[in-house]
Design a protein around this ligand. Structure first.
Ligand code: NAD
Length: 355
């Protein structure tokens, strides 16, 4: 039976980069005899213009029934003045909630040919290949909060951090399973020297580790992890962490990689999972045909790996991207003297030729 992929191009460069990723998927499907079907849906500003809402029911329902969702990006200046409840970015929150996207996976792998683009020294960046597994629907972002109250004569606000054992169980299981597919090492990041939630987190992760004798677990405080990412990033395989710490560390780790256009991500859901590059809709370059499609192409590879179980096909895409880079192809965001300057279309073609 055909596997159904819902494609949501969204706004800005979204349609250019999702077109590239689908072309690559079509080629890999041919090579590995996969039966893939594509269903295009609207979200973001494009959906607001057509239907008056950023996430039409039809889009969400199609996602719920799909085997995976490939998402471009949403947002842009054009919608700056719309009612805040209907802003394009609300589509992302609606999808997170509607699909129960409880985990965010962000791999950071630096190809040898791109080490010079990192702000870190090449010798530190060489060989970096890690993935951050971040809890996405719990913790302080979703705890009880108070915007303003008076106490002892002073105005204050507060946000409540809380995690339950089942929440930590679910995310740590995913981290250990991810490590099994990789180098078998989980670093759980918390602030257990100060926070009660972190102590429960640490205890629960240790219990889960007992089911994975082939995976090594170590714990690290978040402040140390932030330093280690900048000083010794190649030590990490899987970093497991909560919502707040994960938000900050995943952006820090993305910078280590050097280029926002190259980074994929996966949001793992209770039924369907969603795959998207980490960047936004880049309105400044939309329609110019120069966007880097690699982050979206690598997101499509993650879809094959995590939603369809097609590891070989996923690796084939990742290797093809490395080969295209080795051959000197660079989109404008990465181009330097001595390399071949590629449009979005040419970069896509280069990847397809390497498949
Ligand atoms: P952005 O990531 O869109 O762009 C930042 C810079 O990086 C820009 O100069 C852009 O040209 C460049 N860039 C981004 N992706 C690129 C690519 N693939 N190839 C080459 N260059 C690339 O961030 P921003 O400018 O802060 O936000 C623009 C819009 O995107 C906003 O409306 C924002 O809310 C939205 N946004 C959406 C998502 C999402 O859909 N998941 C994520 C972040 C931002």
């Amino acid at each position: 039976m055909a596997k159904k992929i819902v494609v949501i191009p969204g706004d800005g460069i979204g349609s250019e980069i999702t077109t590239s990723a689908v072309e690559v998927l079509k080629k890999v499907a041919e090579k590995f005899s996969l039966d893939l079907e594509y269903d295009y849906k609207d979200a973001g500003g494009t959906a607001y213009d057509k239907f008056g809402v950023p996430l039409p029911d039809d889009t969400l329902n199609a996602c719920k029934e799909a085997d995976g969702v490939l998402f471009g990006a949403v947002g842009g200046d054009k919608w700056d003045n719309v009612d805040p409840a209907l802003r394009p970015e609300k589509a992302i929150l609606g999808l997170r909630k509607g699909l129960g996207l409880y985990a965010n996976l962000r791999p950071v792998k630096v190809a040898d040919s791109l080490v010079e683009y990192s702000p870190l020294k090449p010798e530190l960046v060489k060989g970096v290949d890690l993935v951050i597994v971040r809890e996405l629907v719990g913790g302080i972002y979703f705890g009880e909060k108070c915007e303003s109250e008076m106490k002892d004569g002073a105005e204050r606000a507060w946000d409540l951090e809380n995690y339950s054992v089942p929440e930590v169980d679910r995310i740590s299981k995913l981290a250990f399973e991810t490590a099994k597919l990789r180098r078998g090492k989980v670093t759980s990041v918390d602030k257990a020297n100060v926070l009660a939630t972190s102590r429960l987190w640490r205890r629960t992760v240790a219990e889960m580790a007992k089911n994975y004798s082939d995976v090594e677990l170590n714990n690290m405080y978040v402040d140390n992890c932030a330093m280690q990412l900048a000083t010794h990033p190649s030590q990490f395989d899987v970093i497991l962490t909560g919502n707040l710490f994960g938000d900050i560390l995943s952006d820090e780790a993305a910078v280590v990689g050097g280029s926002i256009g190259m980074m994929p991500s996966a949001s793992i859901g209770e039924c369907t999972s969603l795959y998207e590059p980490i960047h936004g809709s880049a309105p400044d370059i939309a329609g110019k045909g120069i966007a880097n499609p690699v982050g979206t192409i690598l997101s499509a590879a993650m879809l094959l790996r995590y939603s369809l179980g097609e590891e070989e096909a996923a690796q084939a895409i990742e290797k093809a991207v490395d080969s295209a880079l080795d051959k000197g192809w660079r989109t404008a965001d990465l181009w330097r003297e001595g390399f071949k300057k590629a449009t979005t279309e040419e970069m896509t073609k280069a990847v397809i030729e390497c498949l």
